[in-house]
Design a protein around this ligand. Structure first.
Ligand SMILES: *[C@@H]1O[C@H](CO)[C@@H](O)[C@H](O)[C@H]1NC(C)=O
Ligand SMILES: *[C@@H]1O[C@H](CO)[C@@H](O)[C@H](O)[C@H]1NC(C)=O
Ligand SMILES: *[C@@H]1O[C@H](CO)[C@@H](O)[C@H](O)[C@H]1NC(C)=O
Ligand SMILES: *[C@@H]1O[C@H](CO)[C@@H](O)[C@H](O)[C@H]1NC(C)=O
Ligand SMILES: *[C@@H]1O[C@H](CO)[C@@H](O)[C@H](O)[C@H]1NC(C)=O
Ligand SMILES: *[C@@H]1O[C@H](CO)[C@@H](O)[C@H](O)[C@H]1NC(C)=O
Ligand SMILES: *[C@@H]1O[C@H](CO)[C@@H](O)[C@H](O)[C@H]1NC(C)=O
Ligand SMILES: *[C@@H]1O[C@H](CO)[C@@H](O)[C@H](O)[C@H]1NC(C)=O
Ligand SMILES: *[C@@H]1O[C@H](CO)[C@@H](O)[C@H](O)[C@H]1NC(C)=O
Length: 512
């Protein structure tokens, strides 16, 4: 008896292609980086780790070319800026579908599952500017997809932020849609129902902890049930699940009780804030992946756990830091595809380092650091501030990986980032004699000194980089030109979630 049972069980295990967690797991792949990884290397890395689903914010040809033939399931985004045109100009919609979907069929096939129209278009911070365009654009995209013969394979949705719903009390079961956009969201749900598509929602427990003083830390994670939100006897120990049920309740009230839900973004950053640490990220993902593997849903939707797209795959050093310094550190991998902490994507809790990116080509092993022997030390603070204005200093703020190490470390971190992002141009390591190039890695403990990836266009031609050795006046003028070009590239992707599950979080704290 017993051996037969064991044998059967083993067979079943062998037939299951991956655990529930892995099957329901996808990643967000953004590219707002000064030195993005080669998309082909990224695709290989996804496959090496058994990741089967990916969400991208733009239909970029190099990315789609790399995904072609890979069998990875793809959700492809259309930026908010296109919503107005796509809601009004059907030829433009047809052209979009032709160039970005139909072109990737046949030999160059990309396994598209969803076109995501806009990104968090009803974010409170946008003051309704996309409210009238989103649904018409979604309808046009579906129509054009259907006309082009993709209607059976590809669904249409729009990722909404968790701020589209709220609760009239503190209880998830009293969830409703935010009154100013409730009508439109319900019409969108009707549309999703008709094309059998899911409600895609982005939820950020990290931001609850970051934004609301007194938010119970354990309520952001899954492994400590000390805090409980009591909803008529149903206990919530985790704000993500309270959010999901808030949405389920709002869907029920508007006659969409069974609408599938996909978590389009959820994750935990690893640097740039006291709560953004690899330890906390590992804690969050370990808990989340175990919950996914159990495949037990939430109290109001117990049948299964929703599909989850992790935010994010890679760190992106050109993202806007308006939401906070952590914004460039959401990756479960570093910018160059190296795993940051142990994980088990199958949710079995056997954490080990994921498989890193292979065949990454780096620039020379050289760094730019503070030069103690520089003759004119008096403007060090100004030079560091200038460098930080023009590069990535997010590792220096309190709680971050290079914080609290003194002005000399501050200077080295800032000068090095400036130099590396400038493709190791000699002229970018001067700072009036206060910087020098070294061949030994200055990394110390948690404080890492990265070297950028060599991309096909990167070059050490000194004429490309602004020279930081001249007076601070000319520094500021070159700073404004370089920052305006980087903000153009940052408009090219994931919008920072400025406004979050405020109502749920606040009520949770105040009424608990
Ligand atoms: C969404 O819209 C906002 C406001 O216009 C913009 O800043 C952001 O970049 C957009 N995001 C995407 C992915 O289109
Ligand atoms: C509509 O889009 C098409 C294709 O992109 C373009 O040629 C045309 O000028 C647009 N029409 C208007 C009125 O903007
Ligand atoms: C295809 O998508 C890319 C990226 O969003 C966009 O730049 C391009 O204009 C799109 N093509 C058409 C014909 O709309
Ligand atoms: C959206 O349309 C409504 C009704 O036509 C109008 O009252 C409102 O001003 C529009 N909103 C925006 C932001 O254009
Ligand atoms: C759970 O969190 C509470 C409150 O933060 C803390 O006092 C307790 O030690 C934690 N329990 C475990 C097992 O970590
Ligand atoms: C940093 O940038 C801000 C805004 O552009 C500017 O006001 C400030 O003077 C700059 N600081 C330095 C030290 O360059
Ligand atoms: C180093 O930089 C951080 C971030 O700008 C700042 O908070 C800190 O005070 C700096 N330390 C010193 C000694 O200047
Ligand atoms: C590393 O950091 C420690 C503590 O901040 C410091 O004492 C030590 O000198 C540093 N080592 C190097 C090589 O900079
Ligand atoms: C560094 O090289 C990249 C190409 O990899 C290029 O896009 C960028 O403009 C270069 N940056 C500087 C400051 O020269």
């Amino acid at each position: 008896m017993v051996p037969t049972k064991v044998f059967l069980w083993v067979c079943v295990m062998l037939l299951v292609p991956g655990s529930i967690a892995t099957q329901n797991l996808g990643v967000n792949w953004g590219v707002i980086a000064s030195h993005p990884l080669d998309p082909k290397i990224v695709v290989k890395m996804l496959k090496d780790n058994g990741i089967k689903k990916v969400k991208i914010f733009h239909a970029e040809p190099v990315v789609l070319d790399a995904l072609a033939g890979s069998d990875l399931e793809v959700m492809v985004g259309i930026p908010n800026e296109s919503l107005e045109t796509l809601s009004q100009n059907y030829s433009a919609v047809q052209a979009w579908v032709k160039a970005n979907i139909t072109a990737y069929t046949g030999k160059k096939k990309v396994n598209f599952k969803y076109v995501l129209v806009g990104n968090e278009p009803f974010l409170t911070a946008y003051h309704g500017m996309y409210a009238n365009f989103t649904l018409p654009a979604m309808k046009n995209v579906l129509k054009a997809l259907t006309e082009a013969g993709h209607g059976k394979d590809i669904k249409v949705s729009s990722p909404l932020n968790g701020d589209v719903y709220m609760t009239t009390s503190y209880k998830p079961s009293d969830g409703i849609f935010r009154p100013d956009i409730a009508d439109i969201v319900v019409q969108i749900c009707d549309f999703l129902d008709k094309n059998n598509a899911a409600f895609v929602v982005n939820i950020y427990p990290f931001l609850n902890l970051y934004l609301f003083p007194g938010f119970p830390e354990s309520y952001a994670f899954f492994d400590n049930n000390t805090f409980a939100l009591d909803d008529n006897g149903v206990l919530y120990h985790n704000v993500l699940e309270a959010n999901i049920d808030n949405l389920v309740a709002a869907l029920k009230k508007t006659n969409h009780p069974d609408m599938p839900i996909i978590i389009g973004e959820v994750g935990w950053p690893t640097d740039g804030n006291i709560y953004a640490t690899t330890k906390n990220a590992q804690r969050f993902y370990t808990g989340l992946l175990k919950r996914m593997a159990s495949n037990q849903g939430t109290p109001l939707r117990p049948s299964s756990y929703p599909e989850v797209y992790v935010f994010s795959l890679l760190d992106e050093d050109q993202k806007s830091i308006d939401p906070g310094m952590f914004e460039r550190h959401w990756g479960i991998f570093t910018f160059d595809g190296q795993p940051k902490f142990p994980m088990d994507l199958s949710g079995k809790g056997q954490n080990k380092l994921l498989v890193g990116a292979k065949d990454v080509q780096y620039m020379e092993k050289q760094w730019c650091v503070y030069n103690k022997d520089g003759s004119d030390q008096k403007d060090l603070n100004v030079k560091v501030a200038w460098a930080c204005n023009n590069t990535d200093c997010t590792t220096l703020v309190p709680g971050a990986s290079c914080s609290g190490m003194g002005i000399e470390t501050n200077a080295s971190v800032a000068f090095n980032m400036y130099y590396q992002i400038a493709n190791q141009s000699k002229a970018a390591c001067d700072f009036g004699g206060l910087a020098k190039i070294v061949k030994q890695d200055p990394s110390n403990g948690t404080c890492k000194f990265p070297i950028m990836i060599r991309t096909s266009e990167s070059t050490s031609d000194s004429s490309l980089a602004p020279a930081p050795s001249t007076s601070s006046k000319s520094h500021s003028s070159s700073s404004s030109s370089s920052s305006s070009s980087s903000s153009t590239s940052s408009s090219l992707s994931h919008s920072p979630p400025f406004v979050f599950q405020i109502f749920l979080a606040i009520f949770t704290v105040w009424f608990a």
